[in-house]
Design a protein around this ligand. Sequence first.
Ligand SMILES: *Cc1c(COP(=O)(O)O)cnc(C)c1O
Length: 377
Amino acid sequence: MKDDILVTRPLLPSLDSYVDKLRVIWDGKWLTNNGPLLLELAGRLKERMKAEYLELFTNGHMALDIAIKALGLTGEVITTPYSFASTTHALVMNGLTPVFCDIREDDCNIDADKLEALITPRTSAILPVHVYGWPCDTEAIGRIARKHGLTVLYDAAHAFDVLVNGRPLVCEGDAAMISFHATKVYNTIEGGALVLHSAKIAEAAADLRNFGIKGPESVTGVGLNAKMNEFAAAMGLCNLELVDDAIARRRALTEQYISSLSGIKGLRLMDYGRAERESIRLNYGYMPVRVDPSLCGFNRDELFDFLGTRGIFARKYFYPLISDYECYRDRFDSSLTPVAKRVADSIITLPISASTTAQDVERVCGAIIELCKSKEA
Ligand SMILES: *Cc1c(COP(=O)(O)O)cnc(C)c1O
């Protein structure tokens, strides 16, 4: 309905600015395979992310899949069950065994203190996720990886433009995948990138993205088709002009949420004070809130359903845990990651996007406060 408030809306440039880019495509008649728009976008993103090597892909998932292949991961990979399907699917699709590590209660990221106990002689890598764009403990993870000779591949799907002490978070680890899906802070309709630190791995990833084709008469790898096309690159170039503004708007909306909700008993927001203390520049991609029914008298599902009756569409992100998916639950026991289980059962992400308005946030918070009052009475 017209007045509905959706959890997110894509960042969209003006149609005119997109059409201007389309003219370049029509003039050059170059639709895909390293076209001029893709090269321009790759160059600008590489600079923006201070990346040694950056490669673009059809989507974040293919980028992750190809990173796994290019890095030559084998055996077991330690990862988090508190993520989107893509993270674990990429491992399983490559014949690897995911080993689920529990998460931290405060930032929902992999708990580095629990990593070492999960390392076996078959472990080749760690695949953590910067959940909601909040940085993992990259120092501790890096230290453990170096000690045991493991590769670190970050699912940085949420981490576009996140800075820690001025350094792009996507530069951490041996490789990081970023998603440019329509629902992310920055989009190329569908799209993704790998940030890499070795010429050899970058070249392998670039070849694998195009069927493993090295040259006209040379195919050196069993690759896939994961090339970004010019229409996606055109969207990426247009949205690059808008994304700083979009993040600033998201920040203002987040501050509005914080001031309206932080006093409410039983609702727990992320630790925004930590962002100040640790010089983390967030991208405000999500507005996660945890619901403690023992303090506020309603649980996450009741809040989710109540908001729905008010035309407000939030999201249970991430719920269920990956290890509880129908396709995985026979193989994994989610009670072994009790913190992740607890967080998944209590999390709700509230509407936020560049086109969310202050009135929208007021309505969302008003509805939450209404539910709280009805439970107090
Ligand atoms: C969006 C997302 C992906 C996948 O990215 P796509 O571009 O949609 O393929 C992977 N991991 C996480 C955590 C995500 O949120």
